[in-house]
Design a protein around this ligand. Structure first.
Ligand code: ZN
Length: 466
């Protein structure tokens, strides 16, 4: 898998313009507090890419140079900006500030606590917070799994502020995203490790300081390893997704890992990214060209089921495709670098969320139009099925192309359809399944009928390093 850093043109053009407009605003009333302050600060995080879209982009390289000069001057004079690192208390305050700023489209919930008792707070964005709406996909971002890799945490806080403020400002693209998607943002999976790393600060941060949780366990190596099981099932034509966890797995993982696994079991996440390292500027796994800005770039085109997903716990245990973004060596950048990191990564963070709307989605009904829960959706030629939700809806990320898709459910006759997926919005494909005549055997693969012979003997599943 190749993550290509985006072109200089994109990093420098819009970013400098945005910084210019940011520095103008910054010179007026800085460090305000309260709701108005948040609004102003967040406003700054909106900027050139979106202004550019609405046709108000400044032109001329001289302006850019003036902007760069002003920015440098301003940085020299003030030495600080509103882009600061957020310790645990500040992070919690920032999330709750967004929630109170955008109460109708957000919700805060905790998925559990760290070893030292810090909450793992998630900020949710949706037009109906707290509710899964049929056919509306669930998306998640996870940051700061390694406590000393702090940029993802900061970017996700800025992203939350940005989404709220752009929604309030009537940004069409963001409004649409929030109306059509249920977005879950966990800025820090490892708040204990962060505090350890932050005590050292940016300049002295060693590679391992604060990487693990309070018990110095690397959370990225703490998920049950389902790969051996996967290979076994492949050989024996067993289930190819939603692999079971080993017995007593809850006792074998750290509380942070436990919380995240339970979270993944409770929500039918379709797409996800885990932000590691120091920067997340990246291309997306689903090559498409909806945005003219991106067209013509060297993008790596992976199918959603490319090998990159093979070892991913999300992929093996749930419906979720997750990518791990890990690029830079600078795990703990100085605060002065945060503004430009945000501007360089903002478009990627927004675009990646939009990728959840590709492929096919639909409902699986019985003959009386009642939704069938947990139906299995298989795509010919892709050895990875998807399980529908309890509301009968399913989502299947796919690249443009023509596919043969089968829906099956216990007690029903499978039904197969052909569908052509285009580059834009997900195609809706609904299934209506007939009840299986009595005395016949369902043709379903090992899943979800655990009594099938293919699942009779399963190898032990290992926890720990992989
Ligand atoms: Zn990492």
């Amino acid at each position: 898998m190749v993550w290509v850093r985006e072109s200089r043109e994109r990093e420098e053009g819009p970013s400098l313009l945005a910084l210019l407009s940011g520095s103008e605003r910054r010179s007026r009333g800085r460090r305000q507090t309260g709701r108005a302050g948040l609004r102003k600060r967040v406003r700054k995080r909106s900027g050139a890419l979106f202004a550019e879209q609405s046709g108000t982009m400044l032109s001329g390289s001289s302006l850019i140079w003036i902007g760069a000069l002003l920015l440098g001057l301003e940085a020299l004079l003030t030495g600080a900006s509103d882009f600061q690192h957020h310790g645990y208390e500040e992070m919690v305050r920032a999330l709750f500030a967004v929630q109170s700023e955008c109460p109708y489209i957000t919700r805060i919930y905790s998925i559990g606590r760290s070893v030292e008792g810090r909450h793992l707070y998630v900020l949710e964005f949706s037009d109906n917070p707290g509710i899964h709406e049929a056919l509306e996909p669930e998306f998640k971002y996870v940051g700061n799994m390694h406590g000393n890799e702090v940029l993802g945490r900061e970017l996700l806080i800025y992203l939350a502020q940005f989404l709220c403020e752009e929604y309030r400002a009537g940004n069409e693209r963001i409004t649409r995203l929030i109306h059509d998607t249920r977005i879950h943002i966990l800025p820090s999976m490892n708040p204990d490790g962060y505090e350890v790393a932050a005590r050292q600060g940016p300049e002295f941060n060693g590679y391992l300081v604060g990487r693990g949780n309070a018990k110095e366990v690397d959370l990225n190596r703490n998920f049950p390893d389902l790969n051996a099981l996967m290979y076994y099932y492949e050989k024996h034509n067993g289930q190819n997704h939603h692999l079971p966890l080993p017995d007593n797995w809850e006792l074998q993982v750290e509380p942070e890992t436990l919380a995240v696994i339970k979270w993944m079991q409770n929500y039918n996440f379709i797409l996800s990214a885990n932000l590691h390292g120091g920067a997340v500027v990246a291309n997306y796994p689903f090559d498409k060209s909806r945005e003219p800005r991106i067209r013509g770039k060297t993008t790596y085109s992976a199918t959603p089921d490319d090998k990159m997903f093979r070892k991913d716990f999300n992929y093996l245990h749930t419906n979720c495709f997750e990518i791990t973004l890990e690029l830079s060596c600078d795990k703990f950048p100085p605060a002065t670098a945060l503004a430009s990191e945000w501007l360089a990564n903002r478009e990627a963070l927004v675009s990646y969320m939009e990728q959840v709307h590709h492929g096919i989605k639909g409902m699986v009904y019985d003959e009386n139009n009642n939704p069938i829960s947990n139906a299995v959706i298989s795509v010919a030629g892709v050895n990875h099925d998807i399980t529908g939700g309890t509301d009968g809806d399913y989502f299947r990320l796919l690249l443009p192309g023509t596919y043969t898709v089968t829906a099956s459910a216990l007690g029903y006759q499978p039904f197969t359809s052909m569908v052509t997926v285009g580059p834009a919005e997900a195609v809706q494909l609904h299934f209506y399944l007939k009840v299986q005549p009595k005395g016949t055997n369902s043709n379903m693969k090992g899943y979800p009928n655990k009594k099938g012979p293919s699942t009779a003997k399963i190898p032990p599943t290992n926890l720990g390093p992989r």
